[in-house]
Write a protein that binds this ligand. Structure first.
Ligand SMILES: C[S@@+](CC[C@H](N)C(=O)[O-])C[C@H]1O[C@@H](n2cnc3c(N)ncnc32)[C@H](O)[C@@H]1O
Length: 358
């Protein structure tokens, strides 16, 4: 039985996701991002010789007795997600080789229609200590529409803009969550073993949702999805059953400031510097949506949007396109034309390209 009630918009709910999802009304969310338990305990494959887990995942929430138990759990939460999705809504599930193939088969059986599998390639993966197989350097995200007949949202231009005006590919090179973004407990230790990088969620939500859409995360953990949704002016519903994680997620969301909202798009490169799309600097938080850029003489200024495009009056596009438009020139190297303010001085945004990826 489903108890239809008001949507708990912009809240992190404490409890079991299947039980709580059953209380929400059908067809009420636009997008689901799910980062379910990985099922790592089952095979103990990530264990070091001393039996500790290589990536530190050793949690009650990740314990299943066998594949059948994991499949039953997977079928139940996916069934609820599908019921809660609007007809044209989409679902993202992230996982590793331990669980993603089982999840993929089950979601197809339930009627979801797979749109892409996206590889999140980690720039700084955990080494393989035993040396008996390859270093596991990626996770897989399945992106699926609710059904074959769904007219799903894909913000093609925003993705192209985020990638220097080149079509966004299905392999994403994004660092693990480190530094100030990593949530820590009072002893300075990692609060959660599998906190996802905000850059990953930035791209997911920018690709598949619109402002004001409702995004559900049934395994919210530290609230990464919720925080990024708030920053990008999307609504969220988070569910987490571990009180310490839920509490941390609530605090994190409270501290998140929505980006000044604007619209669209892009960037290219120089041969001798690493090819970094301007959009990825926005994703990594090196430059904030809403920041102002200037030309060297401060004659013109433009505003950075969430997908890495610039807006200046009626001109909108990549750092290069808008640089060219404001000079009435056929082309422009936006990296050297645009500057940001740092300690009262103007610095070319080119310097950001050399900030190492952790
Ligand atoms: C892989 S982690 C998600 C991490 C999250 N994406 C982040 O960035 O912090 C999975 C989370 O699901 C929670 N969880 C597991 N089973 C659950 C259930 N049945 N109901 C609610 N939460 C659950 C765990 O406590 C854990 O925090």
């Amino acid at each position: 039985m489903h108890i239809a009630r008001e949507l708990p918009l912009d809240q992190i709910m404490l409890g079991d996701s299947i039980r709580l999802m059953r209380m929400l009304p059908s067809g009420s969310v636009d997008c689901v991002f799910a980062d379910p338990p990985y099922n790592l305990q089952l095979k103990g494959e990530l264990r070091r010789p001393d039996d500790s887990l290589v990536d530190g995942v050793d949690e009650d929430w990740d314990r299943f007795t066998d594949f059948a138990a994991y499949d039953t759990f997977t079928r139940e939460w996916l069934t609820e997600c599908r019921r809660l999705l609007r007809k044209d809504g989409t679902l993202w599930v992230i996982g590793s080789y331990h669980n993603i193939f089982r999840i993929g088969a089950i979601l197809q059986d339930l009627g979801f229609w797979i749109l892409n599998d996206v590889i999140w390639r980690k720039s700084n993966p955990m080494p393989n200590f035993r040396g008996r197989r390859f270093t596991n350097a990626h996770e897989t995200m399945i992106w699926a529409a609710r059904g074959r007949d769904s007219r799903h949202r894909f913000n093609y231009q925003a993705m192209k803009s985020l990638n220097d005006d080149i079509q966004m590919r299905s392999d994403w090179f994004i660092p693990l969550c480190t530094g100030a973004e990593r949530m820590r407990n009072q002893h300075g230790l990692k609060l959660h073993p599998t906190q996802k990088p905000e850059a990953l969620l930035h791209r997911v939500l920018l690709a598949s949702t619109s402002p004001e859409d409702i995004v559900l995360d049934p395994f919210a953990g530290t609230g990464t999805t919720a925080a990024v949704a708030k920053r990008l002016h999307r609504h969220f519903i988070g569910i987490e059953r571990h009180p310490a994680y839920a509490e941390a997620a609530i605090g994190r969301v409270q501290q998140t400031v929505p980006a000044p909202f604007l619209g669209q798009v892009t960037t290219p490169s120089k041969r001798d510097v690493p090819r970094v799309p301007f959009g990825s600097l926005v994703e990594r938080g090196l430059i904030a949506p809403g920041a102002t850029l200037y030309d060297r003489a401060r004659r013109v200024s433009a505003t950075v949007t969430a997908d890495g495009s610039l807006v200046c009056g009626t001109a909108r596009g990549s750092i290069h396109q808008v640089g060219a438009a404001v000079q009435n020139a056929p082309s422009c190297n936006g990296w050297t034309f645009w500057h940001m303010e740092q300690d009262g001085n103007l610095v070319a945004i080119d310097v950001l390209r050399s900030v190492p990826i952790a």
